[in-house]
Design a protein. Structure first.
Length: 314
């Protein structure tokens, strides 16, 4: 029952989030189409100044990316310097320990010194590498900034004239990025819900196989018992007499019926565990007791005389 609840909850969440995802994608496509239409109209009004000013905005974009790379390289260099300083301190501590125990060579201090020396060498290499990388990206950033300044001076007139177009474009880009982030988050939620659904479904399949195996084992034990023998207390719901009559309790259906049960039937059986009304329609696999047969004959209005026979095969 718990796994069924998990399955239903995951299914409901999948349906709900997929609906939100469809709405978010529709909104994204609508905004994209609307922004393209408005930018096209704005570009028609301003003319060819947009294409003339485009190199300036492209250079600004590249300069911004170069600046971000410079910041990342600076952080890596600072981290490498910190690791190098820590490794040098470890070497100093190890050297002090070795000098204190110089009369007796302690292998622990020697191993610590060797390890600290290796760390210093690695940290020094990393520091040198990150320093070179920082210098390289810094130079690229300076070149990009210089190009932006040069283009700003040479294209000042068309930059001012095309400013409304690029401002509108920046606004639409920001809106589209927000909607894109929303779509990505919803896609991640759908994936997580589908994963939970798959896990719950797999757990239900395992439970179904376990139930089937237990019922099959019980059926084999019942068939192995001789006619008229007492069954174990666990199977006291079924009593076989000398005359061949049976008393049907809350025992499960036989194995041939279980072999065609689907996962939905197992789930329905779990929900109807305390009821045996669904067993009244069985004729070949099980038989009703005499009291139930008499009640059914009385309900039929006394039509005919019914005599019940049941054969038992060992």
């Amino acid at each position: 029952q718990e796994e069924l609840e998990h399955l239903n909850q995951a299914n409901e969440e999948i349906n709900r989030v997929e609906l939100q995802l469809d709405e978010a994608r529709t909104a994204y496509r609508r905004i994209l189409s609307e922004s393209a239409r408005k930018l096209n109209a704005q570009g028609s009004q301003l003319g060819n100044c947009i294409e003339k000013a485009r190199p300036y905005y492209e250079a600004r974009r590249l300069a911004k990316e170069a600046q971000q790379e410079t910041q990342k390289a600076a952080l890596r260099y600072e981290r490498a310097v910190s690791m190098h300083n820590a490794a040098r301190e470890m070497v100093f501590v190890a050297e002090q320990g070795v000098m204190a125990d110089k009369n007796r060579l302690d292998p622990t201090w020697q191993e610590m010194l060797n390890h600290a020396t290796c760390k210093v060498n690695e940290a020094e290499e990393e520091r040198s590498r990150s320093e070179r990388e920082h210098q390289r990206v810094t130079q690229l950033c300076q070149q990009a900034e210089a190009k932006v300044q040069a283009l700003q001076k040479s294209l000042k007139r068309v930059i001012v004239k095309s400013k409304p177009y690029f401002e509108l474009k920046a606004q639409f880009n920001q809106i589209l990025e927000e909607h894109k982030a929303k779509v990505t988050a919803l896609e991640r939620l759908v994936s997580q819900a589908k994963t939970r659904y798959s896990v719950a479904l797999r757990n239900l399949e395992e439970i179904s196989e376990q139930i089937h195996a237990r019922r099959l084992q019980r059926l084999i034990v019942r068939r192995a018992s001789p006619v008229g023998a007492e069954t174990s207390p666990r199977h006291s719901g079924t009593e076989v007499g000398v005359t061949g009559g049976t008393h049907l309790g809350t025992e499960c259906p036989p194995a041939d019926t279980l072999s065609v049960l689907s996962l939905q039937t197992i789930a329905s059986d779990l929900q109807k565990f305390d009821s045996v009304e669904h067993l009244l329609g069985l004729s070949d696999a099980t038989s009703l007791n005499s009291d139930e047969l008499e009640e059914r004959e009385q309900r039929r209005g006394g039509q005919g005389h019914f005599k019940h026979h049941r054969s038992i095969s060992l």
